[in-house]
Design a binder for this molecule. Structure first.
Ligand code: FAD
Ligand code: UDP
Length: 400
């Protein structure tokens, strides 16, 4: 794979058919599709010193495979995404399970049949569970805000407990706001599960971990004769926004540009920065085989951090005597810092600001914003790949 630090002296970026900004899922997917479907010569510019975007993983000093930008578990219901990614990796059949530490007791989240019995006792828990089954049906997902809207005494009892013990404090830590104040789709990601499935992504037909890690998956995706990857290169040093085209070194670029960074950055944030939440991730290496019972424990009623992840339990790596854990502390993102903008803020005001930036690139020819940053969306990995596959189809058909 051609994968270089920095741009070589004298390189002519305008000689490429396509420039991709960012080597995460969005960028790598488009690069691969266009190189192999249209024989485009593709240049990928990545400002970090590695590929993979936020899914990047590597072995730390203790020899543990860790996810530098937070725990990533692959899960999808999208067959097309699964077939595409499976060309570049095999998957272990890891099924992600999360326990919430609720006042010192560990209970499954999403809150399920077992959690009800742990929270309310065997008998009352079963009664309440039967009420949920009678109301919503078995094996159904019920977002907490939907449950809260029900006017039934038993359902209100469950809703109040789950709201307070699972969502309220965790959401305050994660977003600085209560669940009532944020977009319901966010808490809807972790609905109450009316059933016994205790996986974090119940009923997802495809889930697991790439057997050799995410970075390997990206290396294979980008390994194509027509793709050149340059890391440690900030595209803004070479690309700027012109009247009708993106300018490369000051002159219009007539090829395609796939852009997976922040749109506000392209304009020097002249309409104000897009707000995000960021995370401080504190990694600790411990001299013990295992720290906690499952890969992720959410702290929903205590602690300043939201969750602790133990990577070995996710990747299945065998490494006796040592383990690495990571605590996540959420805070507002400062655009003047070198923090990572992890989560877009899904509020009307920030969406409006995003749309204003977006309207300024709408008239640019052959310019394609895609991905979690460029679309200002709360995408999982599969959602980003789906969006990039759709965009690739559009570009491919325009070139046929
Ligand atoms: P990114 O991965 O952010 O890639 C964009 C790349 O563009 C970056 O590498 C950036 O450096 C580069 N870039 C930006 N601007 C420039 C520039 N000017 N010049 C050059 N390069 C530039 N999804 C799941 O499916 N399962 C999970 O368990 C999961 N866990 C997550 C946990 C956390 C803490 C977070 C934050 C996200 C998680 N996700 C998960 C979501 C997942 O990380 C994203 O959906 C996916 O990685 C986004 O891919 P992307 O290509 O859109 O963006
Ligand atoms: N959430 C919560 N308690 C939990 C799990 C999730 O309050 O135990 C809420 C919280 O607002 C969080 C959102 O649900 O931001 C989505 O959770 P998810 O685990 O999907 O977040 P991510 O992994 O994307 O950070």
């Amino acid at each position: 794979m051609k994968y270089q630090q920095g741009l070589p002296e004298g390189i002519d970026l305008r000689s490429y058919d396509m420039i991709v900004v960012g080597a995460g899922y969005a960028g790598a997917t488009c690069a691969r599709r266009l190189a192999e479907s249209c024989e485009m010569h593709v240049c990928v510019l990545e400002r970090r010193d590695h590929i993979g975007g936020n899914a990047y993983d590597y072995y730390d000093e203790a020899g543990v495979l860790i996810h530098k930008y937070g725990p990533h578990i692959y899960h999808t219901t999208d067959e097309r995404v699964d077939s595409f990614l499976s060309r570049f990796t095999d998957w272990s059949d890891y099924q992600h399970k999360v326990l919430a530490n609720i006042d010192g007791t560990l209970m499954p989240v999403p809150f399920n049949h077992e959690s009800l019995k742990l929270a309310f006792g065997e008998e009352r828990g079963e009664e309440l569970y039967q009420k949920l089954v009678a109301t919503f049906g078995k094996d159904k997902k019920v977002p907490i805000m939907q449950l809260r809207a029900k006017k039934d005494e038993d359902l209100t009892e469950i809703a109040n407990y789950v709201y307070e013990k699972v969502f309220l404090y965790y959401t305050m830590k994660q977003w600085g706001k209560s669940p009532d104040e944020i977009d319901p789709s966010i808490t809807g990601r972790v609905p109450v599960f009316v059933g016994d499935d205790d996986r974090y992504f119940p009923q997802a037909p495809h889930q697991g971990m790439p057997t050799e890690g995410y970075t390997k998956l990206f290396e294979r995706m980008l390994d194509h004769d027509l793709i050149d990857v340059f890391v440690g290169v900030d595209a803004r040093d070479y690309l700027s926004v012109g009247e009708s085209h993106i300018l490369v070194d000051g002159a219009p670029f007539l090829g395609e540009v796939v852009y997976t960074g922040q749109l506000d950055e392209l304009f020097g944030m002249d309409m104000g920065p897009l707000p995000y939440r960021t995370l401080d991730m504190k990694f600790e290496t411990l001299e013990q085989d295992q720290f906690q019972p499952v890969a992720t424990v959410n702290y929903t009623t205590s602690e300043d951090y939201t969750r602790i992840t133990e990577f070995k339990l996710m990747t299945g790596q065998e490494l006796p005597g040592v383990t690495t854990i990571m605590k996540e502390y959420s805070k507002a993102y400062d655009p003047e810092s070198d923090e990572t903008p992890y989560y877009a803020i899904l509020e009307p005001e920030s969406q409006e600001r995003y749309e204003s930036y977006r309207s300024r690139v709408a008239g640019l020819l052959n310019f394609h914003p895609v991905g979690r940053l460029a679309e200002y969306r709360y995408y999982d990995m599969d959602g980003v790949v789906a969006s990039a596959l759709d965009l690739s189809d559009e570009i491919i058909s325009a070139h046929q």
